[in-house]
Design a protein around this ligand. Structure first.
Ligand SMILES: Nc1nc2c(ncn2[C@@H]2O[C@H](COP(=O)(O)OP(=O)(O)O)[C@@H](O)[C@H]2O)c(=O)[nH]1
Ligand SMILES: [Mg+2]
Length: 310
């Protein structure tokens, strides 16, 4: 069956159609692009919240708490657990599954793990397309949890409306966060495991680093929580809501900006594939093999590749 023909059932919110649509975008199956294009005009109502931070910080535990909090105020919630390294780290996601089982009977909750295997544009495109599917299916909130803090995951965080960065009070975590590029993407920091005595120090260190944010960008909020005990979740929701409300009068600009970046990414991905598929990869390998080692010059070679029309 043609993937795009799934669109009406996705728009009707049928769970099986949503699941199949997600499989299509995850694996870059034929027709997935047309499906996303058909759904895209029906997106924009969902609030997309990225949840990132180092493994073990408590992202899944917090995600579960957030699902409960959003459900309690009547919102429907979809959770996408993005794991760039699947299927090899199935353990982490297995943990997520077990925790999310508390919502298994709830029709207002949809949970799905995602490992981008074939999507053009890579992990962030797969995650963004998955959000489109869930947005079009009518979920009010889409939570996107990443497994760790690699570059791919930072890219994913940039495709959401609100980015929550979860850190734990372990030595040097604030500095790690800065190095990993989390300072730039965070809208809300949550210092989790606040039941541990080192938490206030991390909060202080984070607040001291906020000035490192790019000029003109809004200051992220820093809150604390103990996800395991459920403490601080209300405050976290308040902070997340405040960020969403601050975006409210420029949703259109935010969305247009995101679409522009996404199309650039798609164009670059497609261009790269086409460029090297045209025999240029082989031509370059030949040229390198034929050249005398003394004549090898990286920049001149690059120019030759670019100049040769194929
Ligand atoms: N002490 C303490 N442990 C927590 C807290 N939140 C989560 N944990 C534990 O930390 C571990 C990792 O949590 P998980 O949610 O899987 O982290 P993730 O890898 O970031 O998704 C689990 O054993 C949790 O039970 C907390 O607030 N305090
Ligand atoms: Mg997790």
């Amino acid at each position: 069956m043609d993937a795009a023909s799934l669109a009406p059932s996705v728009l009707a919110g049928q769970r099986r159609a949503v699941a199949r649509a997600l499989t299509h975008v995850e694996n870059g199956l034929p027709g997935a692009d047309a499906l996303v294009d058909a759904l895209y005009p029906h997106t924009g109502a969902a609030w997309r919240v990225g949840i990132t931070g180092p493994p073990g910080a408590g992202k899944s535990t917090l995600t579960d708490r957030l699902v409960t909090a959003f459900r309690q105020r009547g919102q429907t919630v979809a959770v996408v657990a993005v794991d760039p390294s699947s299927p090899f780290t199935g353990g982490a996601l297995l943990g997520d599954r077990v925790r999310m089982d508390g919502h298994a009977e709830d029709d207002g909750v949809f949970v799905r793990s995602l490992a981008a295997r074939g999507a053009l544009g890579g992990l962030s495109e797969a995650a963004e397309a998955a959000c489109d599917v869930l947005d079009a299916a009518g979920y009010d909130v889409v939570l996107v949890e990443t497994v760790g803090v690699g570059q791919g995951e930072i890219d994913v965080a940039e495709t959401t409306d609100t980015t929550l960065v979860v850190l734990v009070p372990e030595s040097g975590d604030a500095v790690q966060a800065m190095k990993a590029g989390l300072m730039e993407v965070a809208d809300v920091f949550c210092v989790n495991k606040a039941d541990k005595p080192e938490a206030p120090r991390l909060v202080k260190a984070l607040r001291g680093m906020l000035h490192l944010r790019p000029e003109g960008s809004a200051q992220p909020t820093v809150v604390t929580a103990s996800a395991l005990q459920g403490d601080g979740v209300d405050g976290l929701v308040v902070a997340l809501d405040a960020h969403r409300d601050a975006l409210a009068d420029r949703w259109d600009a935010v969305r247009a900006d995101r679409l522009r970046r996404r199309v650039r990414r798609l164009v670059e991905g497609r261009w790269r594939r086409t460029f090297w598929a045209d025999g240029r990869a082989e031509a370059l390998a030949d040229a390198v093999a034929r050249l005398d080692p003394a004549d090898r010059a990286p920049h001149r070679l690059a120019e030759r590749v670019l100049a040769d029309p194929g």
